[in-house]
Design a protein around this ligand. Structure first.
Ligand code: CA
Length: 435
């Protein structure tokens, strides 16, 4: 079941929080969930404009009851795993009550003391991530990268039947604005007789979305495709930092390992399935020449509304640009709908062998690239494997990332007749290798 559209999505909904109406990321129609601290303990919060609503204080306020109170209590600790495990009913009740409290002027006196200025808050990972899996559902990225390695046969024959993925490293997932230390590893340049060991020379980003798992499934009990939506609590941005030279040397025959496991960055707010209801769109139809999904991955409602109208952007700010006061340089702009599989299909596939997903698990979509170069989601694609360096406005060039470079990912859900909502930035700056 896809979440309903209700009064919380009304684009005319008032909000008494200063600066929240028309906020680029966090107007009252969004109300994303996260974990913050303000010089003290970590606890759950909801972003509203340039403020964070303290859910632990809200749970103690007597302003809630029933499932909304249960949700706020579950969000009072240092991770949102307990809330994520409760599923959509308490999450929706909390959303509806918080929307009322932030829109009704007579509530201002009681609720305003529960707000913290976002500038005074540190944002943390929203959940303790038990497992992180990264898929490869961006078909244009898969085709572009495949073409670099196999010009005549970019997509392997399994791609259109099975959502390709690998098990990533959960321990190195970090919230936005955590520095990314340049990894050291084995690489074997074509001209070298034996592999070298040292800092990666081909450090890249990957523009992805992430899905946070809500309720899990029991080991041995698959998730039916028609039930998969109920297991997705919401989405975030995800940067799958990648060392291309380490990757090229290590990836056969078992796939990515140290080229990816050194760091993954996510945007800190979970934009909930409920907030995203107005932005659900049809999964782009497959050409008649391509195989239909196998029955365990096909659901008519998922095909009709399983994709998202979310625009993704990546930008680069080099150390020189920062020192000169220059703005970041746009790298790409594309749509999340450039995915060959829906999020529900990724979830159903993941659990189809009986693998148990758990609250707070993180699924990456894989790099989302547009079919055209203005929407390529990695430097590997933008620079054609490093062969065509990117020219920046200040005269610098980049084949891959240099120390001091900051990659900034942003995303906004957009639909006619609804308020645009955003994810907040997913940023990371490259720090020098530690030898
Ligand atoms: Ca990836």
């Amino acid at each position: 079941m896809i979440a309903p559209i209700d009064a919380t999505h009304d684009p005319a909904r008032p909000c008494w929080v200063v600066g929240a109406v028309g906020h680029r990321d966090f107007p009252i129609q969004n109300l994303p969930l996260g974990i913050f601290s303000a010089g003290d303990e970590r606890r759950g919060g909801i972003a509203i404009g340039d403020f964070v609503l303290d859910l632990r204080a809200l749970a103690a306020s007597r302003l809630l009851d029933g499932p909304a109170q249960a949700a706020a209590e579950a969000a009072s600790g240092p991770t949102l795993n307990p809330l994520l495990g409760l599923g959509s009913v308490p999450r929706l009740a909390l959303r509806r009550r918080v929307s009322e409290l932030l829109s009704e002027r007579e509530q201002r006196g009681r609720v305003a003391p529960l707000l913290h200025a976002a500038a005074d808050c540190v944002l943390h990972l929203p959940a303790a991530i038990g497992d992180y899996t990264d898929f490869y559902a961006g078909i244009h990225h898969a085709s572009n990268v495949g073409r670099l390695f196999r010009p005549d046969n970019p997509l392997l024959p399994n791609y259109k039947y099975v959502p390709i993925g690998y098990h990533g490293r959960a321990s190195s997932v970090r919230s936005s604005d955590t520095g990314v230390v340049r990894p050291v590893g084995q690489r074997k340049p074509p001209e070298a007789a034996v592999p070298l060991f040292g800092p990666t020379q081909r450090l890249d980003y990957e523009l992805e979305m992430g899905a946070w798992i809500g309720p899990g499934n029991d080991l041995g009990s698959p998730i039916a495709i028609g039930e998969a939506e109920g297991h997705v609590a919401g989405l975030c941005l995800l940067n799958d930092w990648s060392a291309r030279d380490i990757q090229a040397w290590e990836y056969q025959p078992l796939g990515p390992f140290l080229a990816k496991s050194f760091a993954t960055t996510v945007s800190p707010w979970i934009v909930t399935a409920e907030a995203l209801a107005p932005f659900r769109i049809a999964q782009p139809p497959r050409p008649a020449s391509e195989p239909a999904p196998l029955p365990h991955l096909f659901d008519a409602e998922d095909q009709a509304r399983g994709a998202y109208a979310i625009r993704l952007e990546a930008a680069l700010l080099t150390a020189n640009m920062r020192a000169s006061g220059l703005p970041s340089h746009p790298l790409s702009s594309g749509q999340m709908s450039a995915m060959y599989w829906t999020i529900a299909q990724l979830v159903a596939h993941h659990a189809s062998n009986g693998c148990n997903l758990r609250p707070g698990d993180l699924l990456g979509t894989g790099t989302i690239s547009a079919p055209t170069p203005d929407g390529y989601g990695s430097l590997l694609e933008i620079t054609n494997g490093g062969a065509t360096p990117l020219a920046l406005p200040n005269g610098e060039t980049r084949s891959f990332l240099q120390d001091g470079d900051e990659v900034i990912l942003t995303a906004h859900a957009e639909a006619e007749g609804f308020a645009t909502i955003g994810f907040g930035p997913c940023r990371g700056t490259i720090l020098p290798a530690r030898a």
